[in-house]
Structure formats: structure tokens, C-alpha cells
Design a protein around this ligand. Sequence first.
Ligand SMILES: O=C(O)CCC(=O)C(=O)O
Ligand SMILES: [Fe+2]
Length: 324
Amino acid sequence: MESFLKRTVWIHTHHLSKGDEAFVAKLAPRWRGPYRVGSSWRGSRGLLALLLVVTCGCAAATWLYVTSLDSDITESLARQREIISPEPRVYLVPCSEDYDNYKRYPGCTPQKCGRAVTDSAVTREEAQVLRRLAERALALAGSEGGASILDLHSGALSMGKQFVNIYRYFGDQIRDVFTQEDFQLYRDVRGRIQAIVARTFDLDPTLLYLTKPTFFSRINSTAAKTQHDEYWHPHIDKVTYGSFDYTSLLYLSDYGSDFTGGRFVFMDQNANRTVEPRAGRVSFFSSGSENLHRVEKVTWGTRYAITVSFTCDPAHAISDPTLP
Ligand SMILES: O=C(O)CCC(=O)C(=O)O
Ligand SMILES: [Fe+2]
């Protein structure tokens, strides 16, 4: 009895008197049962440990499976934290047949297609100056929904559910918002982007022209009020805008710290390939269906960018904006 008690209920009974021990010994097995931790504990402990190992193993296997599946469908072409410099990171894809439906311009019409990203064409300081310009102009109006635009070429500025012409609407007051230096920077940056697009896709830079729409965008997580606010739909720029042959995007804010969501996504058949916006980052690509894309919905914060578009068709060329 003594040894039985010692083995089974020692923890609970080592303070028991002889009489108590006898009482415990007389307990019906069902009541004694729970006290028999000592003898069955070793067995249950083993079982528990086994269960734990199996559970952890299953969880790890599931996690590995899900992440491997995920990386199959989404991969990053450029993370916000990396600096792609001095050469652009180029990712070539075969050209679609879209360009066959348009007049061909040798030395410009895409023969080499794909995407590229560079952080060395525009500095972060320049991006900040351009972002402030966009902030000032869009503070004058802006869309009721989550996506506003400012087009310095046509003067279009989102206001409520529609657009106004910033130059007409604000007249001379616009000179309090923009300076000659702002416009000079915009032209400089556009020229640098054009040169890098031409170099990357083996084009004659003089045969590539700026086209419309070329505009600033400001996106936040406010719900869309009109179709103009629905920036997230997958699209092909050549189909949407016709004149585009090369699209470039200059980002003016940082994914992850200025906003969340809002990554650019190339929607390839076998994978989604994202570009994470970074202030000063230029992402550019041939505009046909080889580059079907979308922008993820912005979930928090404000995302600023400039869409700078190029055409090979001189009839669709536009000139740089000037301060009236
Ligand atoms: O802002 C972006 O990242 C992309 C915008 C876009 O797809 C477009 O302007 O056509
Ligand atoms: Fe687009």
C-alpha cells in the first residue's frame, strides 16, 4: 500500500496521515483513477509529445505547401526595400500580336517586349518635389472617390465626381501652386524616362513621343464613387488608350510606409508578378497584351504616381506642359 501510494498519488498524498492513506486506498477505482497520474502520466506524456510532433509536422507541411503554392502564383519583380541601380532590371516577354493592328514605325514599334524597373533614373528628392506638387494641386479639388488625377498637359483635375480644367478654373492663381522649376523638373524627368525606355527596348529615342494621357494619380482607400475611381481593373494599356506603345510609371511614394495594398501586378498566365512602388522608382513596359496588368486596391494611406506614356505614332504626340 505504502509503495502503491508513493507510486500513484505521491504528489497529493505525501502529507497524508496513515488513516488518510487508507481512505485513499479504499476509494472506488473511478475516484482513485485521477490520482493515478504517476503511472499513466508517463504513457500520456509520450502520447502528448507524439501528438505535438505530429501536429507541428502537419502545420509545417501545410505552411510550406501554401507558401510554395503562393510563390507559384505571385512573385515580386521589385521589392520596395531594394534599390535597382545602376542598370534597370529587365524581364523580357514575347511581344503580342496587338501591334500588327496598327501602322508599324521601324525603330519604335515594339519588337522587343517586356518590363523593366529602375531606381536610378529619378532621385527620391526629385520624386518628393513632384509629390508635393501633386499634393498641392490635388488639395484644390480631388475626387470624391479614392482615385484622383492631375494632367498637367490637358489641365484635367478630378473634382468631386468629375473633372475641371485647372488652368481655366483657377486662372492666374495656379501660379501660387506651380512654379517654373516644377515644370522644368517634370520635363527633365520625362526626358530621362524616355531615354531609358528607348535604351532598354533598343529604340531610336527621337522616334518615340510623349502621348496622352500622361498624368499624376493619387489613390487612397476611400470607396469609389464613379467608374473613374475604379483603378484596380485588369487592363491592357494599348487597348485602353490606343496610342500607347510604351507605358512608364514613376512612383512618388513608398509601398509599405506611405500606403498598403497598391502594388502593381503583371498578370501573366502562370503567375502574378508584382512591382512594389518606391519613391523615385520607374517601372516601364511595352503596352500590348503581353503586359496585362492591374493595381491592387490601396488598403491604407495615399499612393502617388505619374503615368508617363509614349507612342511611336507622331500623330498622337503631345508636347511637354508649360506654365501658362
Ligand atoms: O499606377 C500604376 O501603378 C498603374 C496605373 C495604370 O495601370 C495606368 O495608368 O494605366
Ligand atoms: Fe495601365
